[in-house]
Design a protein around this ligand. Structure first.
Ligand SMILES: Cc1cc2nc3c(=O)[nH]c(=O)nc-3n(C[C@H](O)[C@H](O)[C@H](O)COP(=O)(O)OP(=O)(O)OC[C@H]3O[C@@H](n4cnc5c(N)ncnc54)[C@H](O)[C@@H]3O)c2cc1C
Length: 289
């Protein structure tokens, strides 16, 4: 319940936050919504000496279209993601996912950036951002770079971010109009992390699948991209047999940890079931259902 002592810094701009991060190195932590970091500090799993609060930086919030991409500020809250008219129209899988994250109070504080960057395999946004082929826009004292979400997650709480890196925004190529989408999440109760979840994005040409993206949450040390399953679907008509083959391919890459949510066998089985459901829903939506 009681966190260790720390010094608090309220950054008023991105440059100031980056300078503070550089000054404090591995002893400094960015504070976004605080709903993963503060619980860890209260249990003394994390004891940063310096907290650099991003909440005073307005330019880190908001959602806009920029040519063929959507730019979502890292500090955009989950509730703002849910309410976004642009996202509902252009990229509805993001609001669908955000509705399944935590509860209303947490979603008022928790940010899409904090969720995507924490590195907890239980977080829901990472797999969805992988399916969307999103990129993180990263600022540090060395300048700006982009890190694709695919390849970003290296292990539990381990990503391609270094000490000193601040993500300003998430850049999402706008999915093709009329694409099918779904995030299917199996959980014990509202506000719980997934026992298993699957994200599916489909682009169809009539009955033929032009492009498929399939990713999984919380059934491995990182979010997983089921590339073999994607290949099985691409260029084919999506029959019940092919959905079953894709589910089996997705199950074959699962390496879930055993915990109170179940055994590895059970979680793998549920990952297969979530894959089937996500595929069915995405297909129906792509067909205008
Ligand atoms: C009761 C409860 C239930 C929850 N259920 C779910 C759930 O079902 N699914 C789910 O996905 N999540 C869930 N969460 C987690 C919640 O959504 C968190 O808010 C989220 O994971 C972290 O976002 P945050 O903005 O609170 O980040 P913080 O806790 O402030 O930060 C998390 C980490 O990200 C880093 N970080 C934050 N912003 C940046 C940035 N711009 N650049 C670089 N690093 C940054 C921080 O330094 C820290 O290491 C739950 C939380 C609670 C308390």
């Amino acid at each position: 319940m009681i966190p260790g002592n720390f010094e608090y810094h309220s950054a008023s701009g991105v440059d100031e936050a980056v300078a503070l991060l550089a000054e404090h190195g591995e002893n400094g932590k960015l504070l976004a919504g605080g709903h993963s970091l503060l619980p860890m500090m209260k249990l003394r799993f994390a004891e940063p000496a310096h907290l650099i609060d991003l909440n005073g930086i307005d330019e880190l919030r908001g959602i806009r279209e920029d040519g063929d991409a959507l730019i979502v500020g890292a500090m955009t809250s989950e509730n703002a993601v849910i309410a976004s008219e642009v996202l509902q129209r252009r990229c509805p899988v993001l609001p669908e996912t955000a509705k399944l994250i935590a509860d209303p109070q947490v979603r008022n504080r928790g940010t899409i950036g904090g969720d995507a960057l924490h590195g907890d395999p239980g977080n829901d946004h990472p797999a969805v951002l992988m399916a969307l082929e999103a990129e993180f826009v990263v600022r540090s004292q060395k300048g700006e770079r982009r890190e694709p979400a695919n390849g970003f997650y290296l292990g539990p709480y381990l990503t391609r971010l270094d000490d000193g890196d601040l993500v300003t925004a998430i850049r999402i190529p706008i999915p093709a109009p009329g694409h099918g989408y779904a995030y299917a999440k199996f959980k014990r109760k509202t506000g719980d992390y997934a026992t298993a979840a699957a994200c599916c994005l489909l682009e169809m040409d009539g009955d033929i699948c032009r492009k498929a993206r399939l990713t999984l949450t919380n059934v491995g040390p990182t979010p997983l991209r089921a590339e073999d399953a994607e290949e099985l679907l691409t260029g084919e008509s999506i029959t019940p047999e092919r959905i079953e083959q894709a589910a089996q391919a997705a199950m074959s890459i699962c390496e879930p940890a055993e915990d109170l949510r179940g055994s590895p066998e059970y979680k793998t089985h549920m990952a297969g079931e979530m894959t089937r459901r996500a595929l069915h829903t995405a297909l129906e939506r792509a067909r205008g259902g």
